[in-house]
Design a protein around this ligand. Structure first.
Ligand code: ADP
Ligand code: NAG
Ligand code: NAG
Ligand code: NAG
Ligand code: MG
Length: 350
């Protein structure tokens, strides 16, 4: 790619095309070729997600299953699920790759009884929010503190860079697919903010690694929300706001309204700490999207086009930040316009 075409070295080009322009054009051409070739092989995530909504409430279907099955009971979880190996752990759950009827599944166990309230809240949210944006629930047993969900071998979003670095996935390591992931992520936030239960805030996200660990990357290269243990409800009409935990938060990943406002001289007190709304999730979107876009050919061009909307997300005044829907619309426009630009540049070259 860095090599100069032969003719320019021999001085055959009548007018020198600046090397930077040439590089840009060849990058654009490669993107288009990749996009055109791979678009066929790689199914678009939006149309391919196994959707538990195809089953009635309390039922699921995964993998090659033909029929919807009711959520597994305590009895079935105890006798039909074989625990294989640990694949993850957080403050609330220890997660095991397991087997059920020759299918891989994920069995989550409560780590400590102190966390039971969070565990039960997460389970309630999983039950209520089953959709293509949320991991599929297969069963649960409150007596045993277990939850069974669909297993996603690519694991959480924290593994994204490692996964995309594998030769098997190099073909999706493009700005197009990475922008699509950012759109998946914002779609999930949008879904939570407009959920059937009302406006839910993704509280368990006080730093980037923590935030990434709450979402799973599906084999279809889409994102689902997985850990719903801290999803409090905001109700603007009854002026019900939320607080994410009872401890003081620090740093600039969290929204400014999540920080102790009374200065270092006043010791933190939870009861004096003001509450806030779902716009804390909007503040975090530029950082998560920035991670998802990564550093591949074209990601800086995408970043440049997202500059204004991301700047608006970082408004100090929560009410001035855009909604997740606004952001999603902007991302879609940028994706469309960059695709068009890349296409027309290529057409000019040919
Ligand atoms: N269904 C799943 N498939 C694959 N990996 C999973 C699955 N569920 C959880 N994990 C892994 O386990 C980790 C912890 O799960 P999580 O539900 O976030 O637990 P906690 O509530 O304790 O934070 C995740 O970050 C992910 O790496
Ligand atoms: C991925 O897509 C295929 C094809 O559309 C579908 O059959 C499969 O269920 C999907 N898998 C997951 C994990 O969503
Ligand atoms: C990607 O792979 C290369 C070589 O295969 C390795 O040197 C590099 O550290 C890897 N990067 C990440 C983020 O895993
Ligand atoms: C929000 O509060 C209003 C007024 O108290 C109430 O009527 C409404 O049902 C609440 N909405 C949700 C989603 O709880
Ligand atoms: Mg978690």
């Amino acid at each position: 790619m860095e090599k100069q075409p032969q003719d320019s070295k021999k001085g055959m080009a009548p007018r020198e095309v600046p090397p930077a322009v040439r590089l840009l054009l060849s990058m654009a051409l490669m993107n288009v070729l990749l996009y055109l070739c791979l678009g066929r092989v790689f199914t678009s995530p939006q149309h391919s997600i196994g959707n538990p909504r195809d089953c009635p409430y309390g039922h699921f279907k995964i993998g090659q299953m033909k029929n919807c099955s009711p959520w597994l009971s305590c009895e079935e979880l105890r006798t039909e699920v074989r625990q294989l190996k640990r694949v993850g752990e957080g403050a609330v759950k220890r997660v095991f790759l397991s087997e059920w009827k020759e299918q891989k599944v994920a069995l989550s166990r409560l780590t400590s009884l102190e966390m039971k309230d969070d565990f039960l809240h997460g389970l309630q949210m999983l039950k209520s929010l089953q959709s293509k944006r949320v991991v599929t629930l297969l069963g649960y047993c409150e007596d045993d503190n277990t939850i069974l969900t669909e297993y996603h071998p690519l694991g959480s979003l924290s593994n994204l860079e490692e996964t995309l670095n594998l030769s098997k996935y190099q073909h999706v390591n493009t700005w197009q697919h990475r922008l699509q992931l950012a759109m998946n992520y914002v779609s999930i936030i949008n879904y939570l903010h407009q959920s059937p239960l009302g406006t839910l805030v993704m509280c368990d996200s006080n730093d980037l690694p923590k935030t990434l660990s709450q979402y799973l990357l599906t084999s279809n290269f889409s994102i689902v929300a997985n850990d719903l243990d801290a999803l409090p409800l905001v109700n603007h009409s009854s002026r019900t706001l939320v607080k994410c935990g009872h401890r003081e938060l620090h740093g600039d990943f969290v929204a400014p309204e999540q920080l102790w406002p009374f200065g270092e001289d006043v010791p933190f007190r939870d009861d004096l700490m003001p509450s806030y709304d779902e716009k804390i999730d909007i503040w975090k979107i530029p950082d998560v999207s920035g991670f998802l876009l990564g550093h591949v050919e074209g990601s800086d061009m995408v970043r440049f086009h997202l500059f204004d909307i991301h700047k608006a997300c970082k408004s100090q005044t929560p009410a001035e930040r855009p909604t997740a829907q606004d952001i999603l619309d902007t991302y879609q426009k940028v994706l469309n316009s960059l695709r068009d630009t890349v296409m027309s540049q290529t057409r000019e070259m040919l």
